[in-house]
Design a protein around this ligand. Sequence first.
Ligand SMILES: [Zn+2]
Length: 282
Amino acid sequence: MQALSERLDALLAGTTLLRADLLGFSSLKTYTPTPDSVLQHRLVCVHRRAKYLVWEFDDGIRIVLHLSQAGRLDIEQPPKQTRSRGSAVRFVFGREPSGIEWSSVGVLVREYGTHRKVSWWVLPPDDDGPLTGLGPEPGKEEFAELIRTSASKRHLTTDLRDQHVMSGIGRGWGDDILHRAHLSPFASLGSLTPEQRESLLSAALSVLNEALELERTRKGGLSEAKLGGRFKVDGRAEEFCPAKCGDTLRRVSFESYEMTYCPTCQTGGRQLKDRRLSRLLK
Ligand SMILES: [Zn+2]
């Protein structure tokens, strides 16, 4: 998402929003301001906050887009008129006719499958909408402060994926980060030594930076299904541990999701019990 926001910014910053064609009405979550009120305004920049793409316009209005799991974003040069299945909205950006050069670019937001979870908001300057209350992101000073001082008693894996505690990580990278930091997913921030907190911090930064470098090598929109295999640990249960400790990665269920970890690297060799199961047995 970070790399995509950088590509969109490079391509579109400074252009003007010419059209916003609503193709799937359920995806727009706000009534006012209307998308039409942003037309003819200049796009100042595109950036990312947590898993949201934020489009800032010169009048202070922001369009915020959440692609969710099945959401895709196609860049169309020139813009198309098609309305394929799962389409949510098409934005058309252009430059003022200046001399001989005039080009416009379409950004089609669409969704695979039957899920309809792509959402977008048109926010006035004083409204943060879905961005309200998001936790700090890795790389920010507040994030380091949180990792160094938090007394949270919740499982690390829960805090890592809670966007209101810290944002921009999510489950997949969370598994990879905990593995690199040699921490059990069931440890809590409050239980960590200062050394463990530092290794969590540096693991978070290095895992996410490597991911970003990889994503930056991609081009265009986000039209292909998400590449499997970008995680080193998450979703790879039964494979050998990437740290080459000789162990195999294990899967453990917790609440409504699963996580992957290496017993040798993370839990002193202990195999974690499914928390769902053990609660039922109590
Ligand atoms: Zn290992």
